[in-house]
Write a protein that binds this ligand. Structure first.
Ligand SMILES: C[S@@+](CC[C@H](N)C(=O)[O-])C[C@H]1O[C@@H](n2cnc3c(N)ncnc32)[C@H](O)[C@@H]1O
Length: 231
């Protein structure tokens, strides 16, 4: 038996319970169309797309206890490391037609698939660029409510800070998925995570919540934060 419920007070996010398994879903902005291998489910007058926590760290963070979702209808978001658009497509569902999602990706292979997704989803803008040089996309990107960073680079916290300096609204939020092994394979993950948190705090951010992503993704921590001046 399949049970579908609204997920907490997270606008546009649903929880699907089936045979003791729990997954998430968003309302499909482009009914009838899939982005990856998700399932489409009719629900009331809408169509839901299942959101796989093994493919999306944001879905894993939500299922593992994220307390607040700073993504709502009409939000504007800068997404660093968009890849082929899996997680971006669910954010695009949530922010809807009035929202805006700037999708930065530097791999030409990944951006080809991303462009196909963006052609269908008018609230997503693909940006082929290296997130290390945020000033290079200033003609394309505006001020945003959230910067989401998932680029698996050793200096990704610095990249996030540099992008925030240009594009984050004073009241804006940050989310970053940190993969311990991308930073240093020789150090224990707990030490790496502590260093990254200290770096972000020194740069003026307050970490609101830290979430482990097991069993969906190993050796990662997901940080949710805001500028200290906004809290
Ligand atoms: C872990 S994958 C992202 C997965 C994606 N966030 C999702 O959930 O669907 C990391 C992506 O970041 C991209 N990336 C890494 N370094 C980058 C940089 N400096 N600038 C832009 N993209 C980068 C990689 O090409 C890769 O596609």
């Amino acid at each position: 038996m399949v049970e579908i419920l609204e997920f907490k007070n997270f606008q546009g996010v649903y929880q699907i319970n089936e045979n003791g398994q729990r997954t998430l879903a968003t309302v499909n902005l482009t009914p009838g169309k899939k982005v990856y291998d998700e399932t489409l489910i009719k629900f009331k007058n809408e169509e839901l797309r299942t959101w796989n926590p093994f493919r999306s760290k944001l879905a894993a963070a939500i299922l593992n206890g994220l307390e607040e979702l700073p993504i709502r209808e009409g939000s504007s978001i800068l997404y660093l490391g968009a890849a082929s658009g899996t997680t971006c497509s669910h954010i695009s569902d949530i922010v809807g037609g009035r929202g805006r999602l700037y999708c930065v990706e530097f791999s030409p292979r990944a951006i080809r698939d991303l462009i196909t997704v963006c052609e269908e989803r008018k609230n997503m803008l693909p940006i082929l660029a290296d997130a290390r040089f945020p000033d290079r996309y200033s003609p394309l990107c505006g001020l945003v409510d959230l910067i989401y960073c998932d680029i698996a680079q050793p200096d990704q916290s610095k990249i996030l800070v540099d992008n925030a300096a240009l594009y984050l609204k004073p009241s804006g939020k940050i989310m970053i998925a940190i993969k311990a092994r991308s930073i240093d394979v020789t150090k224990p993950p707990a030490e790496i995570f502590k260093n990254e948190i200290e770096f972000l705090e020194k740069k003026g951010f307050k970490i609101i919540q830290k979430i482990k992503l097991e069993p969906y993704t190993a050796d990662h921590i997901f940080l949710y934060g805001a500028l200290k001046t906004s809290i």
